[in-house]
Ligand binder design. Structure first.
Ligand code: SF4
Length: 456
């Protein structure tokens, strides 16, 4: 166990952030010293593909991209004897605002997710796999492309991996900056060279995915867990976390917090302890107003709602939200929630792909309503109008962007309606019109924990 990072853990175990980051700690030699690719070697020599699915299912691995869908169940849908090509795509298109934990994995330990990608491909009988990485990522892209190149050179990719009969080719593909391409069906359309539009499901991607063939799309962190599970075994893996959320969760935290950055947090860890001890509490000694738990698509929770809550999926749902993509944003007292809602809505409007009328028109409409409130020209029935537009989106769109955008706004309204009413009646914010904590706290922000040395 390394002291390189704070340890929000109950069992004392960490799977990813357990080594000091140096100029070379991401490369193949360093990864192998830490036990890298031993799981792959063991699996290819001793286990059948079905054994890998069985072990990952028994470990209870949940997806780390936002939906927390069981990874083993997703893989288990693929029929190995259907005579079709099968594909695995690593979703490295991390674009949810506030989320930057996959970037840490890609920059600091790229071989771990790559090993997971190879294991997943073996499990479902894949011969070609893809890494779809966010176009804005530069170092992360160079690191994962470098890892793929190193793996080919070392016989860990290509024909007859490690001298076995299994062969796999991996392609790294850079996105072009669209948020919605993080949605799995849009990602596959983009990979095919088409416009990155989500599509209606069913058919599920595990039935008709890339090139209309069965495809598994897994998040970077989900795949990074696979070598851990295959090394430890499911039973030992489940000794970390909670029975329903086994393992750990990478959380990127930003906002009005003393120590922003990326943390590996064991499921079941106290939310308050994480914020107020590990992350150092709120900037300038302010009170916590609310937290956006897992990217702006998850509903906000206020100070009281996280009291006594633990960081695991069931507890977050019981509290009224989700852990989502692990992108946590802490918001201090003094923040204007009307302007925060407007910033979020502007993002969704900008990123709507425009296929669905409720999303295309609704996002713009909500943004315009919030704009006029912020300009001091709001009307009291604007609050009902925002709810109405959000409800019209609910369940009527192809992907979840439309729903999520509505929920993000109405959750803020549910909690802070009086701020909207005050703004409309008085033409200015109850908080004095500030969005962020400003000058008195400037300079209090330390170097983020995810900062990595030696970019190359
Ligand atoms: S909900 Fe919005 S982003 Fe999703 S497909 Fe429809 S228009 Fe595009």
């Amino acid at each position: 166990m390394s002291d390189a990072y704070p340890s929000p853990t109950l069992s004392g175990r960490k799977f990813f952030m357990n080594f000091p980051v140096t100029d070379t700690s991401h490369d193949l030699a360093a990864y192998r010293v830490r036990g890298g690719y031993q799981a792959l070697e063991k699996v290819l020599r001793e286990l059948q593909p079905a054994d890998v699915i069985k072990e990952v299912s028994a470990a209870g691995l949940l997806g780390h991209g936002g939906a927390a869908f069981p990874a083993g169940r997703k893989w288990g849908v693929i029929r190995p004897d259907d005579g079709e090509p099968h594909y695995v795509c690593m979703n490295a298109d991390e674009g949810e605002p506030g989320t930057f934990k996959d970037r840490w994995l890609l920059e600091c330990v790229p071989h771990m997710s790559l090993e997971g990608l190879i294991l997943a491909s073996y499990a479902i009988g894949g011969r070609h796999a893809f890494i779809y990485i966010r176009g804005e990522f530069d170092l992360a892209w160079r690191r994962i492309q470098g890892a793929v190149d190193e793996a080919y050179a070392a016989g860990l990719l290509g024909k007859n991996i490690l001298g076995t009969s299994y062969s796999l080719d991996v392609v790294v593909y850079r996105g072009a900056g669209s948020y919605v391409c993080g949605e799995a069906s849009a990602m596959l359309a983009s990979l095919e060279g088409k416009k990155g539009w989500p599509r209606n499901r069913p058919p599920r991607l595990t039935v008709k995915g890339l090139y209309q063939k069965p495809t598994v799309v897994n998040n970077v962190e989900t795949l990074a867990n696979v070598p851990v599970i295959m090394s430890l075994g499911a039973e030992d893996f489940r000794r970390t976390g909670t029975p329903k959320s086994p393992g750990t969760q990478m959380i990127s935290i930003s906002g009005h917090i003393v120590r922003p950055g990326v943390y590996e947090v064991e499921y079941g860890y106290s939310w308050e302890r994480f914020l107020f001890e590990d992350c150092g509490g709120m900037l300038g000694g302010r009170e916590l107003k609310c937290v956006i738990p897992g990217g702006v698509s998850t509903k906000i929770l206020n100070r009281d709602e996280i009291r006594g809550v633990t960081l695991d999926h069931n507890s977050a749902v019981a509290a009224g939200s989700q852990l989502g993509s692990g992108g946590m944003i802490a918001v201090a007292e003094g923040t204007c929630m009307v302007r925060l809602a407007r910033v979020i809505q502007r993002f969704y409007h900008h990123e709507s792909c425009g296929q669905c009328t409720p999303c295309r028109e609704g996002m713009g409409w909500m943004e315009r309503v919030l704009d006029r409130i912020v300009r001091g020209e709001g009307r009291l029935d604007d609050i009902d109008r925002l709810y109405h537009i959000s409800n019209a989106n609910d369940g009527t769109t192809i992907c979840s962007l439309g729903d999520s955008a509505g929920y993000a706004c109405t959750a803020i309204l549910d909690h802070y309606r009086e701020e909207f009413e005050y703004y409309i009646k008085n033409g200015h914010s109850m908080m004095g019109g500030v969005l962020a904590i400003d000058d008195p706290f400037a300079g209090a922000v330390p170097t983020p924990l995810h900062a990595t040395a030696g970019a190359r």
